[in-house]
Design a binder for this molecule. Structure first.
Ligand SMILES: Cc1ncc(C[n+]2csc(CCOP(=O)(O)OP(=O)(O)O)c2C)c(N)n1
Ligand SMILES: [Mg+2]
Length: 810
C-alpha cells in the first residue's frame, strides 16, 4: 500500500493533550475521513464504468465513525453493516487497498482478508483463525465479526459477542482463557441503519440485551431513509431513540443508557462515544447511540440515484449538513487548520486514494492476464493442428477484444476450444485439458472452498470411540442418558454452556439438563426469553469468542424463527470469510413426530436447503444423540442436532463411557440386514420401519434398514450404495413433505453414489402428506408414514419387481 501519514485515529488523552497534539489528531482524523469519502466517490465510479459489479459506500457517515473508532480497544468486537468503511480505516482493521480489492472481488485473502473476494464491497471481517484452523489471540487484536448483507441480520450475533464478555467477567472458571478476554472488558460495537431498526431482529436483540445487561453498544446511523423509504414510513414518531426511551435504565432497574447526537458534530460525537463506551465497558450496561442528521452524498448505492425520491429541499439540506463540510468548517473556525492547508491535504488524499485504487486493480488484472495469456497460447497451439483453426483463432480474437476480462473468460475460452475440437485426436488438446484441470482446482479453492473449517479439529477428525457397557448396565429413560452425557461434558470442559427457553431452572422441557444448573451454576445452564433468533445469535457470538455453546430451540417447529440467523450468518461464516472465522455452535432441538400442527414438524428439506455449512444430525435415539454431542463438543464446526421428540421416555442402556464415546458424522449404520430391499430412514421413522420389518418378514420380504444418522454429511462410506448392490431396490422413508428430505436422500444415493445403476425397480419415497399433521392420533396416522404405509410401500416395490411372487394386495 502506498505510504501515508499515521493511518489510524488516536484518542484524545485529556491529561496530556497539548493544542499541537490535539490539532494533529483532528487533522489526521479529517484526512482519514476525507480519504474514505474519496474511496466512496471513486468506488462508485468504478462500478458505473463497469470495473466492479456493485457498490455501496459509507459516504455521509464518516465523522461519527472516527469518534466510534477512538473508543474501540484491543479485544473489542464489531458487528456492523456496509456503511462502516471509515471506522474500519480509522481503527486500522481495513485499509484502502483492501477496500478496492474487495470492490473488484479479488479472490485472494492476502488482498481481501475479509472475504477473499467473496463478499460485496464494504462487508468487513478480521481473521481470527490461523491458517491451521486454530484460534488466534483475540485480546491483542481489534476484532470484526464478518458482515452479512441482510439488514439487521447481524444483530443476534452482536448480542452473543456482548454476552461472552459477561460470561468471561462473571464466571471465574474461565479466567484461564487469556487469549479470549481480559475480565470481560470487551465491548461489542454494533452498527445498524435507521431503516433496519424496523426489523424484528433489532427489537428482539435490543430487549434481550436489556435483560441480560451486557456490554453492547449499538450505533444507529440515521440518515432518515432506507433506500427510498423515508423515516415516516419506517419508524413510529420518525425517531427510534424517542420510541426506545422506555428502555432507559432508572435507579433500581436494568435497561440502557441512551444517547442522541448529530452525525456532523465532531466534538459532540467524540465526547458522546467516550462517555457511552466507558460506561458500557466498566458497568456492563448496554448503550444506544442514535446518530442523527446523517446524509448520503451519493445516494443509497450504485443501483439508483436518490434524486428520484428525495426532494430538492432535502438534497440541499444534505449538502449543507455533509459531515465533512461541517467538520472542515469547524476546523477552520477553531483555528485548527486553514483553507489552504486543507485544500492541500485534500489534493494529496485524492491522489493517494487514486493510487491505492489503481494498485488494487492492477494486482488483480495482472493475475487475470496470466490466465488469459496461458489459454491463448494453448488455443493457438491447438489451432495449428486443428481442422477448425479459424474458429479457434476467432476465440482468441474475441478474448483479446474483451474490455476488463476476468478469469471466467479464460476458462470459458478453453472449454469452448475443447468442444470445437471434440472429434479430433490432437496432441495439443491434452495440454489444454491439463491447464483446465489445474485451473479448476485453483478456482475451486478460490470460489468454492471452506464451507466448513476443515481443520484438524473438524468433528470429522474426532477419533471414533465405541460405546462401552458394563455387564450390569442400567436401562434408563433416553433423557437420562442425555443428561448423563451433558453432565460429563460440563464437568470435562468449562467452556461449555447451554441456554434456551426453560433450559435452566427445570433443565429443559424434556429434562435433558435436569439438575445441572444447580451443579454448574446459572452462568452455564441458563434460561432465556422466548427469542429463537437471538438464542442462535447468542450461540454465534459465544462460539466466535472461544466458548462452546449449546443453543437450545425448544421444538424443531420453532427453529423457523432462528433460521434467518442459522442460514444467513452461521452457515455462511466459514465460507464468506474463506476460513478466516468460525463459530462451532451446537444447536440442540427436538422434533419429528408428536402431535399438532406446530409440534410435529420435520421440515428437513427446508433445513437442508438453507443451511449448508452446518452439520445436520438426526439421531434415532438418545444414545446416538449423546455420541454425536460427544463428537461435536470436541470438534470446531457448527451443527444442528434434532432429537426425536417421542424418544425421551424410551428405555436405553447407559454406556459406561457416556461422556466419551463418539458417533462419527456422515457414517451410516445398517440397523437390520436384509436381502430384498433397502429402506433408508432416520430419526423417529426408523422405529416405524423397524415395526414394519416384522410384518414384512411374515410376507416373505427381507428388508435392510439403513440409518444415515446425519443428513449432512450423508453416508460418506456409501453404505446405501453397498446395500443397493445387494437388494437392487430402494425405499426412503421420512416425515418431511414430499420432495423434501427424502428427495435429498434419493439424490445422494442415486446420483452422487450412482445407485441408479443397481436398481431393478422404481425407487420410491414415503414421506408425510403435503400439509402439516393435525393434532391427535388419527391425524398422525393419516398424515405421517405408519407401519402400514411402510409395509405397503415396500410391498408395492416388490410387486413391481416380481408380480407373480407378490400379487396386488388390494
Ligand atoms: C433483510 C433485508 N431486507 C431488505 C434488504 C434490501 N436493502 C438493502 S439496504 C436497505 C435499506 C437499509 O436502510 P437503512 O437501514 O436505513 O441503512 P442505510 O442504507 O440507509 O444506511 C434495504 C431495504 C436487505 N439487504 N436485507
Ligand atoms: Mg438509512
Amino acid at each position: 500500500m502506498p505510504e501515508t501519514a499515521a493511518n489510524v485515529t488516536s484518542r484524545f488523552n485529556a491529561a496530556e493533550l497539548s493544542f499541537d497534539d490535539f490539532q494533529k489528531i483532528v487533522i489526521n482524523d479529517y484526512r482519514i475521513a476525507y480519504e474514505s469519502r474519496q474511496a466512496s466517490i471513486l468506488g462508485r465510479r468504478e462500478v458505473l464504468t463497469g470495473k466492479a459489479k456493485f457498490g455501496i459506500f459509507g459516504d455521509g457517515k464518516e465523522v461519527a465513525q472516527l469518534a466510534m473508532a477512538k473508543a474501540f480497544r484491543q479485544g473489542d468486537w464489531r458487528a456492523g453493516y456496509y456503511r462502516d468503511q471509515t471506522f474500519m480505516f480509522a481503527t486500522g482493521m481495513s485499509n484502502l487497498n483492501e477496500f478496492f480489492a474487495q470492490l473488484y472481488a479479488h479472490p485472494d485473502i492476502a488482498k481481501d482478508p475479509a472475504s477473499g473476494g467473496r463478499q460485496m464491497n464494504c462487508h468487513y471481517a478480521t481473521r481470527y483463525i490461523n491458517a491451521d484452523g486454530s484460534w488466534a489471540n483475540q485480546v491483542e487484536t481489534l476484532n470484526c465479526s464478518a458482515d452479512i448483507s441482510t439488514t439487521g441480520g447481524h444483530m443476534p450475533r452482536l448480542l452473543g459477542l456482548a454476552y461472552a464478555s459477561k460470561l468471561y467477567r462473571q464466571n471465574k472458571e474461565l479466567e484461564y482463557l487469556k487469549q479470549f478476554s481480559v475480565n470481560g472488558n470487551e465491548v461489542a460495537f454494533g452498527t445498524i441503519g435507521n431503516g433496519a431498526t424496523s426489523e424484528g431482529l433489532f427489537f428482539e436483540t435490543f430487549n434481550a440485551a436489556g435483560v441480560l445487561q451486557v456490554p453492547m453498544a449499538i450505533s444507529i446511523w440515521d440518515d432518515a431513509y432506507a433506500i427510498s423509504v423515508p423515516a415516516k414510513l419506517q419508524t413510529t414518531k420518525e425517531d427510534i431513540s424517542e420510541i426506545l426511551k422506555g428502555f432507559q435504565r432508572e435507579p433500581g432497574t436494568n435497561g440502557y443508557e441512551i444517547f442522541k447526537v448529530r452525525g456532523w458534530d465532531y466534538v459532540a460525537l467524540c465526547e458522546t462515544y467516550e462517555r457511552a463506551i466507558e460506561l458500557c465497558r466498566t458497568e456492563h450496561v448496554p448503550v444506544l447511540i442514535h446518530v442523527t442528521e446523517m446524509t448520503q452524498p451519493q445516494g443509497h448505492s450504485t443501483s439508483g440515484s436518490h434524486e428520484r425520491y428525495k426532494s430538492k429541499d432535502r438534497l440541499a439540506w444534505e449538502n449543507e449538513h455533509d459531515c465533512l463540510l461541517q467538520m472542515r468548517k469547524w476546523m477552520i473556525e477553531s483555528a485548527i487548520s486553514t483553507d489552504e492547508e486543507l485544500d492541500e491535504l485534500e489534493a494529496t488524499a485524492k491522489k493517494f486514494v487514486r493510487d491505492c485504487q489503481k494498485e488494487a486493480w492492477n494486482n488483480l488484472q495482472n493475475e487475470v492476464d496470466v490466465d488469459l495469456q496461458e489459454v491463448a497460447v494453448l488455443i493457438e497451439e491447438l489451432a495449428k493442428e486443428s481442422e477448425v483453426s479459424s474458429s479457434l483463432t476467432a476465440i482468441i480474437t474475441e478474448l483479446k477484444s474483451l474490455v476488463d476480462p476476468g478469469r471466467k473468460d479464460a476458462v470459458s475460452a478453453g472449454r469452448k476450444a475443447l468442444r470445437l475440437t471434440a472429434k479430433e485426436k490432437l496432441y495439443s488438446r491434452q495440454a489444454l485439458i491439463n491447464w483446465l484441470k489445474s485451473e479448476e482446482e485453483k478456482n475451486n479453492e478460490r470460489f468454492n472452498s471452506k464451507l466448513f473449517s476443515g481443520s484438524i479439529n473438524s468433528p470429522l477428525n474426532v477419533p471414533v470411540v465405541p460405546a462401552e457397557y458394563d455387564a450390569d448396565a442400567k436401562f434408563l429413560d433416553g433423557r437420562e442418558v442425555l443428561n448423563a452425557c451433558f453432565d460429563a461434558n460440563f464437568d470435562r470442559d468449562k467452556t461449555i454452556v447451554a441456554f434456551g427457553e426453560d433450559v435452566g431452572a427445570i433443565g429443559d422441557v424434556n429434562q435433558g439438563f435436569a439438575g445441572l444448573q444447580s451443579k454448574y451454576t446459572d452462568l452455564r445452564i441458563t434460561d432465556t426469553g422466548i427469542r429463537e433468533a437471538t438464542i442462535i445469535g447468542q450461540g454465534l457470538g459465544l462460539a466466535i469468542r472461544g466458548l462452546r455453546p449449546i443453543a437450545e430451540i425448544q421444538y424443531l417447529d420453532y427453529l423457523l424463527y432462528g433460521v434467518t440467523v442459522l442460514s444467513d450468518d452461521l452457515a455462511t461464516l466459514s465460507y464468506r470469510t474463506r476460513g478466516g472465522q468460525k463459530a462451532p455452535v451446537i444447536v440442540r432441538t427436538r422434533g419429528h413426530r408428536l402431535e399438532g400442527i406446530w409440534h410435529s414438524g420435520s421440515p428437513m428439506g427446508m433445513l437442508l436447503g438453507s443451511m449448508r455449512g452446518i452439520h445436520i444430525c438426526v439421531p434415532r435415539n438418545m444414545t446416538q444423540a449423546a455420541g454425536m454431542y460427544n463428537t461435536l463438543l470436541r470438534g470446531d464446526e457448527p451443527a444442528l442436532v434434532i432429537e426425536s421428540l417421542n424418544g425421551y421416555r424410551l428405555k436405553e442402556k447407559l454406556p459406561s463411557n457416556v461422556g466419551e464415546f463418539t458417533v462419527p458424522l456422515g457414517e451410516a449404520e445398517v440397523l437390520l440386514e436384509g436381502s430384498d430391499i433397502t429402506v433408508v430412514s432416520y430419526g423417529s421413522t426408523l422405529r416405524i420401519v423397524e415395526e414394519a420389518a416384522g410384518e414384512l418378514a411374515k410376507l416373505g420380504i427381507s428388508i435392510e434398514i439403513i440409518d444415515p444418522q446425519t443428513l449432512f454429511p450423508f453416508d460418506n462410506s456409501k453404505v446405501c450404495l453397498g446395500s443397493l448392490k445387494k437388494t437392487n431396490k430402494l425405499l426412503v422413508v421420512d416425515e418431511d413433505m414430499p420432495g423434501g428430505g427424502s428427495a435429498y436422500i434419493l439424490q445422494k444415493i442415486l446420483e452422487e453414489q450412482k445407485g441408479y445403476f443397481h436398481l431393478d425397480a422404481q425407487p420410491r419415497t414415503l414421506p408425510a402428506k403435503e400439509h402439516r399433521p393435525p393434532y391427535g392420533t388419527d391425524g398422525d396416522y393419516f398424515s405421517k408414514p405408519s407401519p402400514d404405509d411402510v409395509v405397503e410401500a415396500v410391498y408395492a416395490i416388490m410387486h413391481e419387481a416380481n408380480p407373480t411372487k407378490f400379487p396386488d394386495l388390494f
